[in-house]
Design a protein around this ligand. Structure first.
Ligand SMILES: [Mg+2]
Length: 240
């Protein structure tokens, strides 16, 4: 039994059953959603999201509209049970590593009464201005020094470096780490897990494909458990 454990959560399609960035436009401006799809290969995603938020704001998409969309985002009741029960057993610290943004994540967690779940939320910074525009920036300033990731993280942040930085400033050391993710950008931090750690990989998304292609090549050391619905992640959490 692990005495001290760290659970690290990706957010989109891991904690929430949707992608927050795409979802708010699917609810309020599907044409902007389509435009993002068309531009995704040529514009960095966080920059594209910031630009799309400005475009939505210019045509009257309000803070209330966005907050409403976030509050009704698909979110499995088993996910709430899984994290609440695990936290209540007392030996687990929770960390969020996400390419969404601070406002989306905090709005959703508050709606689910999970606003005290995470010790830290590491993500892109965002804030509302007085006009109701959500101003979003990359976590790593494009004009400053960039990260050195060679595994495939986007320029806005490297989740592997962020995990190491958290462990260094937290200073506790954990007997076991459990990482929950679905996307290709969750592959890099997975390589930082040790043999006693567990990767809870969603069966769809870029992560399972990346593990199949590159897991052995890049020396993935941890145990991998696959889940599709949050009720299955809850089963895994009940064993921790
Ligand atoms: Mg994700």
């Amino acid at each position: 039994m692990a005495e001290r454990q760290l659970v690290i959560f990706d957010f989109d399609w891991s904690m929430a059953d949707q992608d927050t960035d795409r979802w708010i436009f699917e609810v309020h401006a599907p044409d902007i959603r389509r435009k993002m799809e068309d531009l995704e290969s040529s514009v960095q995603w966080t920059d594209l999201m910031a630009q799309s938020l400005r475009e939505g704001h210019e045509r009257g998409m309000t803070r209330q509209d966005i907050e409403h969309a976030l509050k009704v985002i698909p979110y499995h009741p088993a996910m709430i049970r899984a994290v609440t029960n695990l936290k209540s057993r007392g030996k687990t610290t929770f960390l969020c590593l996400s390419n969404a943004n601070s406002v989306f994540i905090s709005t959703i967690l508050k709606e689910k009464s999970l606003d005290t779940l995470f010790q830290e939320i590491v993500t892109n910074p965002a804030e509302w201005d007085e006009s109701g525009l959500l101003k979003l920036r990359r976590r790593i300033d494009p004009d400053g020094p960039q990260h050195n990731c060679k595994i495939g993280c986007g320029p806005n942040m490297c989740k592997g470096e962020e995990l190491d930085a958290f462990l260094a400033r937290d200073g506790n050391g954990y007997d076991r780490m459990i990482y929950v993710g679905d996307g290709s950008n969750d592959f890099c931090p997975s390589l930082h897990l040790r043999s006693q750690d567990i990767l809870c990989c969603r069966t769809f998304g870029g992560l399972p494909k990346r593990i199949a292609r590159d897991g052995e090549k890049f020396g993935l050391k941890c145990q991998v458990k696959y889940w599709t619905g949050a009720w299955e992640l809850e089963e895994i959490f009940n064993t921790l």
